[in-house]
Design a binder for this molecule. Structure first.
Ligand SMILES: Cc1cc2nc3c(=O)[nH]c(=O)nc-3n(C[C@H](O)[C@H](O)[C@H](O)COP(=O)(O)OP(=O)(O)OC[C@H]3O[C@@H](n4cnc5c(N)ncnc54)[C@H](O)[C@@H]3O)c2cc1C
Length: 470
């Protein structure tokens, strides 16, 4: 008999789960019907590309790291190898705003760890006291005990307040748009916890990694970012092509109820869908709502994962109208600078093919935990704020050829201190719910490869549960 799996949520986690369920069913020759229920009018969630007048605009994610292999493997299975592209080496630099103007991020500084001394001494980013505080890092005793700690606590302890305010906060905001006083080291920056544990110091650990990039800290090779020629949505389109009719758009699940060993899914339009198993790949707050009647404790635990909202504003320009701009991938804006944007990418310097010849594409990030007020503005007012900031920070006075703003309400889960314990509890409770699995950015990694992995694991879990039921 054909078994039916419903995947709630058509972001990359849900799509990866549905795709892998199909793969498993084909490999084992088991008849399986997979349906993806997506509330909005498009799949992809935080992956959303718009092509306009020869520009490739990313409204959401613009790249993924290749050292966690899941997204790269998926691209391979989808026949997208030929479309993959790395960042443009020649412009591989980042800047950070200091007293209103861009300053290059010191060489060798990786997210929250310095590897080299000279660039720290030379940068105008820190005061003399701030520099000395960073450079005594190797002499600061490693923390004993295994409890979690906030990003702010960790960085203050190892590198001092200036490093936190001037560099680490904006670098970390680029990933989580979060508040460093709340973000969990163990959940969000585990590799740096490991560097401290293994080497007693971030700087020593970074040096060891540079000498032997294949060893230590899980053998990570950092900073290999990939994108796709047609934008990140190419991956979504390729999965859609494989799944075809199985995807239902405008299909918002609002409640889950048991139906024997299987499920009845209540939809927003009051229709009901029956399934033998459910993968819930919607955000944790949506999963909480779906599971209210099924398991109140699990529902409460899911609801405790906080989210923040953000928006991106793409701006297309004529290159001839641009002043001299910093030559790099982008500019980070520390909260301490009290500006209204969090970061700016020079998209057409970061990747090939993002703007036609003679044109420039930029993208600003706004909102997040430290600047939530901007989300209350109208889209026009938000774009005006971004243009004001570009004028003040970079001297860009000319009008853009066009702009494109996209809001991401409650789209970025916040891994707060204690997140891993919370997730372990959620996973334990979810494992006790028959024919059910969770996937998504809320749990064990927000990056695209993490989300793909979570989808694959959820697919494997419900597939084996169904197989066990016969
Ligand atoms: C602006 C932005 C930029 C980012 N940049 C990067 C980057 O460059 N690189 C990177 O690796 N990561 C990046 N990320 C993170 C990464 O893109 C996301 O973590 C990931 O795409 C989340 O995928 P997901 O499927 O778990 O969730 P989502 O993409 O949020 O998808 C969830 C889906 O579920 C649907 N849904 C919700 N409720 C229901 C319901 N009740 N019924 C049915 N459907 C429902 C939603 O409509 C949505 O489509 C970025 C994220 C954002 C927001």
């Amino acid at each position: 008999m054909t078994q039916r799996v419903a995947v709630v949520g058509g972001g990359i986690s849900g799509l990866a789960a549905a795709f892998h369920l199909r793969e498993l069913a084909t490999a084992r020759e088991i008849p399986l019907e997979v349906t993806v229920l997506e509330a909005s009018t498009r799949t992809g969630g935080a992956l959303h590309t718009i092509v306009r007048e020869g520009f490739v605009l990313e409204a959401g994610a613009d790249s993924f790291i290749s050292d966690k292999p899941e997204a790269l493997d998926l691209a391979g299975k989808l026949g997208l190898e030929g479309d993959l592209m790395g960042t443009l080496e020649a412009h591989r630099r980042a800047f950070v705003i200091h007293r209103g103007k861009p300053v290059e991020v010191p060489r060798g500084f990786s997210l929250l760890a310095p590897a080299l001394i000279a660039p720290i001494l030379e940068t105008p980013l820190f005061s003399l006291t701030g520099k000395l505080r960073i450079l005594i890092e190797p002499f600061i005793k490693a923390r004993r005990g295994g409890g979690d700690e906030s990003l702010a606590g960790f960085v203050r302890r190892r590198l001092g307040q200036e490093a936190l305010d001037r560099l680490v906060q904006p670098l970390a905001a680029g990933i989580y748009m979060g508040d460093p006083a709340m973000l969990s080291m163990q959940a969000a920056f585990a590799r740096f916890v490991m560097l401290e544990r293994e080497h007693g110091s971030l700087m020593r650990g970074m040096r060891a990694l540079r000498r032997n990039p294949a060893g230590g800290a899980g053998g990570v090779r950092w900073n290999l970012f990939l994108s796709l020629r047609g934008g990140m949505a190419s991956m979504v389109r390729a999965i859609e092509d494989r799944l075809g009719e199985s995807i239902k758009l405008g299909a918002e699940a609002i409640d889950l109820a048991r139906n024997g060993a299987g499920w009845r899914i209540v939809m927003r339009d009051n229709s009901e869908i029956e399934a033998d198993a459910v993968v819930c790949a919607a955000p944790a707050y949506a999963a909480a709502r779906l599971l209210r009647e099924v398991d109140a404790d699990l529902s409460r635990a899911l609801a405790s994962i906080e989210y923040v909202s953000s928006a991106t504003v793409n701006l297309a320009y004529d290159a001839a109208a641009m002043p001299d701009l910093p030559d790099g991938f982008g500019v980070l804006v520390p909260a301490i600078e009290r500006r209204r944007i969090a970061a700016l990418s020079f998209s057409s310097l970061k990747f090939l093919n993002r703007a036609p010849t003679g044109k420039v594409l930029m993208r600003a990030f706004v909102g997040g935990a430290l600047n939530p007020e901007i989300m209350r503005l109208s889209t026009e007012a938000m774009i005006d704020v971004v243009r004001d900031e570009l004028r003040e920070i970079l001297g860009i006075r000319s009008a853009p050829l066009f702009t494109y703003a996209w809001r991401w309400p409650r789209s970025m889960p916040q891994y707060q201190v204690g997140h891993l314990e919370r997730v372990a509890e959620i996973e334990q409770q979810a494992a006790a719910v028959n024919s059910f699995a969770l996937a998504g950015a809320a749990y064990r990694g927000v990056g695209i490869p993490d989300c793909v992995r979570s989808g694959i694991r959820a697919a494997e879990s419900v597939f084996s549960q169904l197989a066990a039921q016969g």
